[in-house]
Design a protein around this ligand. Structure first.
Ligand code: HEM
Length: 327
């Protein structure tokens, strides 16, 4: 009897210690590199500010690169890996090919940080920092980036094709994809507010404008005047022209205008329109779209959460020497 009680106590203790080890391992911290690479965050910020000064349009692209990294195998820099010989990697996935930008910026950051602290800082952390610092340089938005991610060694196009949300997604299919990543409907509506900045290729608009369904060649949920404007910008068959995600402002700035566009049926994608097709989501849209909007603060919280998806820590993965290939 005594023995059973003691052994069950021991079992409980061991299990508790195991759980604690798991959670401690899984923790990221803003001071992770404070002794191993002292000036890391200031240096990354400086490098990124130089790039954004030269080309401001890279900031939304780096934000999207971080998002597409985190949604496939967690934030492990798998999106940066070149495709393995004879196989298709994340870079070849439908939502990424000819679309993601900013890889060369991360390579530049990595080269400079490796020169300063060799073999210490992961590509996953450098991507998370670069996304934040570029948007901070873009203006009006920042968020906290806890560090300590390690790099993955696997990249797969088929995983990316099933884990990345498609622009024609319905509310229920999109929210299921976000839920699988541990994100709520609110997180999804808030993170989609990133479409207040950046660009899209006309390729992403073709189906919605010209071959939506046999009864409706143009998606009837689009505002008709807006649809005509988009058709002028993106003629049928044009897959390359870049158009602004938010067409309503003269310069690309961070604000809550995305939500106004969604409510007026002027979001570029069906996925944007989907954000108002569910009562709970619509309420969140309405809350963002008013003076004194909580959007930027909510976005900062959601980005920090997104940056923790499926991270590798401790002895998992590796610290890649070059972001495009495994060691
Ligand atoms: C709800 C699901 C989402 C869908 C279906 C979606 C889809 C898309 C598509 C199709 C494009 C245009 C790509 C192209 O034509 O090359 C785009 C651009 C963009 N997306 Fe999303 N997106 C979603 C969520 C997000 C999230 C969560 C973020 C960030 C947190 C984000 C950030 C961006 C940015 C910043 C751009 C512009 C990129 C650039 O200028 O290079 N998107 N998105």
């Amino acid at each position: 009897m005594m023995y059973t009680k003691m052994s069950s106590q021991w079992l409980l203790w061991t299990f508790g210690a195991f759980l604690l080890a798991l959670t401690v391992d899984a923790q990221l911290s803003t001071t992770f590199y404070s002794s191993s690479c002292r000036n890391l965050t200031a240096r990354v910020d400086e490098i990124i500010r130089g790039h954004i000064r030269r080309d401001r349009t890279l900031a939304p692209s780096l934000l999207r690169l971080h998002f597409h990294d985190c949604f496939v195998r967690g934030c492990d820099a798998s999106v940066l890996l070149n495709s393995p010989r004879g196989a298709q990697g994340e870079k070849d996935a439908i939502g990424n090919k000819d679309s993601l930008r900013g890889f060369e910026i991360i390579d530049d950051v990595k080269t400079k940080i490796e020169a300063m602290c060799p073999g210490v800082v992961s590509c996953a952390d450098l991507l998370a920092l670069s996304a934040r610092d570029s948007m901070r340089a873009f203006g009006n938005i920042t968020w906290s980036v806890p560090l300590g991610r390690r790099d993955g060694t696997v990249t797969s196009a088929s995983e990316a094709n099933s884990d990345l949300p498609p622009p024609f997604g319905t509310f229920s299919s999109l929210s299921a994809i976000f839920r699988r990543k541990g994100l709520t409907v609110k997180d999804m509506v808030i993170l989609s507010g990133a479409h207040t900045v950046g660009t899209a290729r006309c390729a992403s608009m073709q189906t919605r404008l010209y071959s939506f369904s046999s009864a409706n060649p143009t998606d009837p949920t689009l505002d008709p005047t807006f649809a005509s404007q988009l058709k002028r910008q993106c003629p049928q068959g044009d897959n390359t022209t870049l158009i602004r995600n938010d067409q309503t402002k003269p310069t690309d700035t961070w604000d809550f205008n995305y939500y106004s566009n969604v409510l007026r049926s002027k979001g570029l994608f069906g996925s944007d329109d989907a954000m108002k097709r569910n009562p709970a989501a619509r309420k969140i849209v309405l809350t963002q779209n008013k003076p004194g909007s909580p959007f930027s603060a909510e976005f900062a919280k959601a980005m920090e959460k997104m940056g923790r998806i499926g991270v590798l820590t401790s002895r998992q993965g590796q610290i890649r020497r070059t972001c495009t290939r495994t060691n």
